[in-house]
Design a protein around this ligand. Sequence first.
Ligand code: GLN
Length: 480
Amino acid sequence: MNTPIGGLPAAVLAAHVREGTVTGAAAASAAFERMEAVQAGAGGLNAILHVDREAAAPGPSGKGALAGVPVVVKDNIATRVMPTSCGSRILEGYVSPYEATVIRRLRAAGASIVAKTNMDEFAMGSSTEHSAFGPARNPLDRDRVPGGSSGGSAASVAAGIVRIALGSETGGSVRQPASFCGVVGVKPTYGRVSRYGLVAFASSLDQVGVFGRSVDDAALGLGVIAGADPRDSTSMDHAVPDYRASRDGGSLDGLVVGRPREYFPRSLDPRIAKHCDACLDALRAAGAEVRDVSLPHTDLAIPVYYIVAPAEASSNLARFDGVRYGLRIAGDGLKGMYEATRSHGFGAEVTRRILLGTYVLSAGYYDAYYRKAQEVRALIARDFTSVFASGVHVLFTPTAPTPAFRLGAVSDPYEMYLSDVFTATANLAGVPAMSQPIGMVDGLPVGGQFIAAHFDEAAMFRAAYALEHALGAAGAGSEA
Ligand code: GLN
């Protein structure tokens, strides 16, 4: 074997482990070595919060789809061995008494969960700068953010620590960091993957998502974690197809790709637009038909998301009260203890969301804000239903309006929220979406996004494999 272990696609590594030519322990050591190298020093990535050195101890399966494959997992997914801190002081050092279904499935497939990754506190943010444990950095330019909120997972894949990582999505937290770090990021259909053991932010939007170095790494990872779970009543019992079925490429004959005009506003960076046009040309050349389509309620997604998500968060985060989990700071009586614990335990962005959410749910404002937002959410979802009912199989759009920005450059919360303009729509509608690298702008990667109909991740992967093949390593690395 000539390639170093860390460079092997996950499917190839797993095949080696199954055949006995590589051990899971050697694969984990390679991941730890790379982790130490990129984490070290003042400009270290700070992508990793907790490490499990024992992760490669013989698991239940040396035979599974991910046999011996090291995986890192966002720190809001419950593991029994390492802490689950959600990037927050309020859960610093907290170890869950149970593990998430996705963790159980990864292990059953033979994966080694080697580390937990840095994130914006409670997954609220788009840069990983809101972590209580310091910002993570972008491995392609360490003065820049890796995106967020799953920035540590995206950075871990981009830095070559692992080929597969888990993140979570509420409004774009897998796709946007994937775009910033030049890797693949998938948000499955709402209900495709169990949320059991995913710490709740906004329960009607949250999904576990997957990062891969390549489309195939991501497809392999999703296939392992997808499927109904009796422990999550919002998970759905839909057959899980083989997402890797179209990995050998082939033509896109018969595939209809929609180009939604609202995702290509006049204000879009012309270099990002140019990369997207090149992708659409490549999809056409592969046999797809490209149609101009419209999703007319797109510009309402950010205002709706920033009402619905904080409203649900204000309710979900009420459980962190100093009694049941993590941090407790004494105060004057019970109320004083709540107040001291929550005001020390939560950072500024989480506090802002709780206040915002409490406001939009309070008597007198509920109808004006929360109910109205739910009504508009239904219109956004209907835009997608109609376009897919019209014969379009997948939509293609930019993932984010900009490449990775500099650490500290976005200090206005509203400006940060605008990072999610092209991604929050899929969460509001519950449809699957993914980002993959499509080119470079100013030496930084940018992502292109496919969005598909509910439970049709397979169509999205078919298009993504073909695009990855057409662009090749050189295409995805080309400047506009
Ligand atoms: N950036 C969005 C937010 O801050 C999305 C976060 C997410 O998807 N978890 O809410």
